[in-house]
Design a protein. Structure first.
Length: 82
């Protein structure tokens, strides 16, 4: 079962671009699927997260903020599958 993740990001965010690259690699390997949500297009998300992006969510749970490595993501996905 592939877990579906949600990435809260914004335009022109270098940390967001780096996290997207890690997520693309994970999705290509079949570990997960993911979608991107621009916090600036949702007033509630912008109020909650402000400049505190990127944020990677599984459901409502925050898995990572700001940075994630391939290995850290794989470990988190394994924990969530238990």
């Amino acid at each position: 079962m592939r877990l579906h993740l949600r990435l809260l990001s914004r335009a022109d965010c270098c940390l967001c671009e780096t996290m997207k690259a890690v997520l693309d690699e994970a999705a290509d390997a079949g570990w997960c699927s993911w979608e991107e949500v621009n916090v600036d297009r949702d007033q509630a998300l912008r109020a909650r997260y402000g400049a505190d992006v990127p944020v990677l969510l599984f459901g409502d749970r925050v898995l990572f903020k700001h940075r994630v490595t391939r290995d850290a993501l794989l470990a988190a996905l394994r924990r969530e599958k238990r």
